[in-house]
Write a protein that binds this ligand. Structure first.
Ligand SMILES: [Zn+2]
Length: 259
């Protein structure tokens, strides 16, 4: 199906990850939020997507990475065609993985730009979802890397070069989640979170390195825990909010009853 002749704007071809879906009861259309390569986070309507056997239906499901042909509508884009490129099937088999993936999506939806290219955000999420689906990295590491990296891309990069007080470059450090600086144990003000030496190195790699390096390290357990704690605390302190999907993920981790 091609644009009708009266439509002047050419269709937009881009790839995107479906990060949110909304189905209206009794309607065949599905409303989606997509993290696209070329236009960042956009909203779109997929007409007839809820109909049985609709091709655009499977390609506009949550967590599907799809090739999209879009037309700019008045309030949202209209999905003219959608073809699934990667459906992350293994994510859907495990509720904890699904919950963490949905948190990545909610976070990207809040932190990625709108109507600007978001190639790096998209690649980050696709990498993270791949590793999560395939159990190739610990969930704790994936979560922290996604948090640190999305925050950095959004302009909330912690200062990681050395101690804010004395300039000491290495060793065990502490992070001020509010101020965003690192401190050595001698200079640290109250309320900082500890980051062992290996976690500091991991943090530098995550916020300053190439995307391809971000997931290519491991941390021993106490350092991994500190790296992860610091990421979430820093996120909440900087953004001054939590996320519904994050709370849900934690409720599964602790084995609380499902909502
Ligand atoms: Zn110092």
């Amino acid at each position: 199906m091609y644009p009708k002749a009266r439509q002047t704007a050419p269709p937009i071809l881009t790839d995107g990850l479906i990060i949110r879906t909304f189905n209206k009861v009794g309607e065949a259309d599905r409303f989606i939020t997509v993290l696209t390569r070329d236009r960042g986070v956009i909203r779109a309507a997929a007409r007839g997507a809820q109909k049985f056997k609709s091709r655009s239906g499977s390609a506009t499901q949550l967590l599907c990475f799809s090739r999209l042909r879009l037309i700019a509508g008045r309030d949202a884009y209209i999905v003219e065609d959608a073809k699934p490129l990667e459906v992350f099937f293994k994510l859907r088999e495990d509720i904890v993985k699904t919950a963490l993936a949905q948190y990545f999506c909610e976070l990207a939806g809040a932190l990625a730009p709108t109507e600007e290219p978001a190639e790096e955000h998209l690649r980050l999420l696709l990498n993270a979802l791949h590793f999560l689906a395939e159990d190739k990295r610990p969930q704790t590491l994936l979560k922290a890397v996604v948090e640190w990296r999305l925050l950095t891309l959004a302009g909330y990069m912690p200062q990681v070069s050395g101690c804010e007080g004395c300039g000491k470059p290495d060793g065990d450090m502490l992070l001020s989640t509010v101020g965003g600086g690192l401190y050595c144990p001698a200079c640290a003000p109250g309320g900082c979170l500890p980051l062992p030496k290996s976690a500091v190195e991991g943090l530098r790699r995550t916020v300053m390195g190439e995307l391809s390096d971000c997931f290519q390290f491991s941390l021993p357990d106490p350092a991994l825990h500190a790296f992860s704690e610091a990421a979430e605390s820093f996120l909440k302190a900087q953004l001054q909010r939590s996320f519904r999907t994050l709370d849900f993920y934690h409720s599964l981790e602790t084995g609380a009853s499902l909502p």
